[in-house]
Design a protein around this ligand. Structure first.
Ligand code: B12
Length: 265
């Protein structure tokens, strides 16, 4: 199991499967133990009672269209437990429950819009400080062409700003050409494209990004696909698909660490 886990971690980080399998088979037990403990290095989560009471308070506030109350709950979770816990333990359950309410014909679209607006407002306050110019190549986040769902990108951006990782967010409905232009101009270490809906999962955005990667000096750029929209799309072999926010954060950290080490060499 430890070898399979190591192989999975390596493929998630862009290592081709055959090479990852060889490395996992050849790893010593000490190397396997180090890889396993790195995988578990997640920050402590929110206590269950706080997560549950925040979830309930948010649903109540959204249904009552009370934006101030939404701000208060989200801000307090972000301050006490950070973006990753707030997103995975409170906001994902709340948003999923609104999705179910909508599916069963309840008139919740107004609440969903208000909730989204206030969640975005709070995420965008995270990690704001006087700008510090960093030499570190940053991260570029964008939604697929025609994709209006952006909250997962905003959660990821907030989590990366908490770690002081330079991050650019292009937001919703980014045309493939614009995604490629931004990647060419800013030289990010990693680009993540979000698609929530199968209808917006346009592979062309990866064709464009990989063309940028083929240009001089860009060979180390990693390309990631996030979101359920990509589930049934055949993506180019070296596009990495994180399944969760913590996994995406871990991949970003590993890619940046590797690119820093490569620069130091
Ligand atoms: C908020 C919301 C909106 C907001 C978005 C605001 C914004 N700024 O993002 C608004 C109101 C604009 C909206 C619009 C629409 N929406 Co909407 N929306 C949602 C809602 C409630 C949450 C979306 C979200 O953020 N999901 C993220 C998390 C909460 O869900 P998830 O993706 O399933 O999470 C899993 C993984 O993705 C992963 N994960 C979670 N976060 C992260 C982060 C990272 C970085 C990674 C790697 C992984 C990861 O972990 C989770 C567990 O596996 C969902 C309900 C839902 N269940 O998602 C509907 C939902 C996605 N919407 C839906 C629909 C139909 C629409 C509209 C077409 C409605 C319309 N008729 O106009 C439009 C879309 C227009 C477009 N072209 O994009 C449907 C999609 C059905 C489908 N599969 O086709 C859903 C599922 C509601 C439903 N139950 O039917 N929506």
């Amino acid at each position: 199991v430890a070898r399979l886990e190591l192989m999975r971690r390596l493929t998630l980080h862009g290592v081709p499967p055959a090479e990852a399998a060889r490395a996992a088979l050849a790893a010593t037990s000490a190397e396997l133990a180090v890889a396993a403990s790195a995988g578990r290095a997640a920050p402590p989560g929110m206590p269950l009672d706080q997560a549950q009471s925040s979830t309930r308070a948010l649903v109540r506030a959204a249904v009552a269209l009370d934006g101030d109350a939404i701000d208060e709950v989200v801000r307090s979770c972000l301050r006490s437990h950070g973006a990753v816990s707030t997103w995975t333990e409170v906001l994902v359950p709340v948003l999923t429950s609104f999705g179910h309410r909508w599916e069963s014909g309840n008139p919740v679209v107004d609440a969903e819009h208000l909730l989204s607006w206030h969640v975005s407002t709070e995420f965008r306050q995270v990690g704001l400080r006087p700008p510090t110019r960093s030499a570190m190549p940053g991260v570029l986040l964008l939604a697929a062409p025609e994709e209006q769902h952006t909250l997962p990108l905003e959660a990821l951006a907030a989590a990366l700003r908490e770690l002081r990782i330079p991050t650019r967010v292009l937001g919703a409905r980014v045309p493939a050409v614009a995604a490629a232009d931004a990647a060419r101009r800013t030289g990010p270490a990693l680009v993540l494209v979000w698609s929530q809906l199968p209808q917006t999962a346009a592979r062309v955005v990866f064709d464009r990004l990989l063309a940028v990667r083929a240009s001089p000096g860009r060979a180390r750029m990693r390309v990631l696909a996030g979101g359920p929209g990509w589930r049934n799309v055949r993506l180019p072999a070296d596009v990495v698909q994180p399944a969760t926010l913590p996994e995406a954060v871990e991949i970003v950290r590993t890619v940046l660490r590797d690119s820093q080490h490569a620069d130091e060499r």
